[in-house]
Design a protein around this ligand. Sequence first.
Ligand SMILES: Cc1cc2nc3c(=O)[nH]c(=O)nc-3n(C[C@H](O)[C@H](O)[C@H](O)COP(=O)(O)O)c2cc1C
Length: 366
Amino acid sequence: MSQDPLHTKLCDQLGIDFPIVAFTHCKDVAVAVINSGGFAVLGEAMHTPDEIAADIKWIRDRIDGKPFGVDLVLPASAPPETTLEEIQSKIPQTHLDYKQSIMDKYDVPMPKQDVGLHQWGGLSLSHGRAQLEVLLEERVPVIASGLGSPAFLLDAAHERGCLVWGLVGRTRQAKRQLEAGVDAVIAQGFDAAGHTGDMGTLSIVAEVSAIAGDTPIIAAGGITTGRHLAAALCLGASGVWTGTLWLASRESDVDMIIKERLIESEAADTVYSDSVSGFTMRVLKCPWTDEWKKPEAPRPLASPYQMILSADYTQGANDARRPDLMYEASGQGVGFVTEMKPARQIVSDMVEEALTVFDDIVGLPD
Ligand SMILES: Cc1cc2nc3c(=O)[nH]c(=O)nc-3n(C[C@H](O)[C@H](O)[C@H](O)COP(=O)(O)O)c2cc1C
């Protein structure tokens, strides 16, 4: 056994101490994880190109030349070019009526402000491409694509010295991305928060690792402890990609009501549903997801239509600050998120626990 089981080829690829990747929308979390020896990828799919450029600068100013990543969503199924208004005009009346019946039943107020979806990268191909231009221009060290294959941007990214990571939910997607030459594949299982496929984390990480050759595989989905990290490495991954783990951290800007719900929740409090965005997604259970499961509910629309349909509920629930209505993406590892810890402590606890697990199983050299 090597001296340090946590020193993997992902650590070598990035020059980081620990093979722990945080996916986060919060810049403070990203900076704290990077400065604690891990790696962070900032989710920027909801932001304008100017906001993305400003966020990149903000992070660069605080990490002393260390690498970081930015994640976009680039679904090939998105319409080529469209506006929010055009999408809204295509939502069937049956679905608008069903949405309204949920809003009325639970007394959800209409949002006080614009829901802010005009820039979502999944809205159209042109939105995603405009965001991507900024990442290339800024030579972001790692460009990750959470939805959709990033194979089309490999040449442009590599010419600028950027690495490209693709997130997959199926082994055949991984195979295509590996053949195209991505620099790492995130194999994300059913346990994950947010958009996710139907393969279990254990199965997809093992299958993708088996075909990856020298390309690092990063395990995702339900990973919230050092024991999970150790298990992922045993399955052949070179690191872990984690989302839920950071939501209730001290630095996180997630609403305190949601932090409290996450701390109280277990795996069974999450649900796999296509009612939020039109893609299958894991979130905390809430009236919106419950109502779309009922036999009388219409079939949820495809993305981006369902995402636009659910937006009034989501924002209205947040505006009302009602814990019984609010939800957030959450993975099945949420049961181990039991307190609001600083990100640095989350990193060190995960490292320590993983090392203890390896030591218990095989014994580590002194
Ligand atoms: C609140 C939240 C929002 C997310 N949004 C995105 C996103 O915009 N793009 C993306 O690629 N992944 C997104 N994800 C998924 C993460 O990238 C990651 O794959 C997932 O959280 C891993 O599962 P875990 O939460 O069980 O660790 C999101 C996750 C969370 C928790």
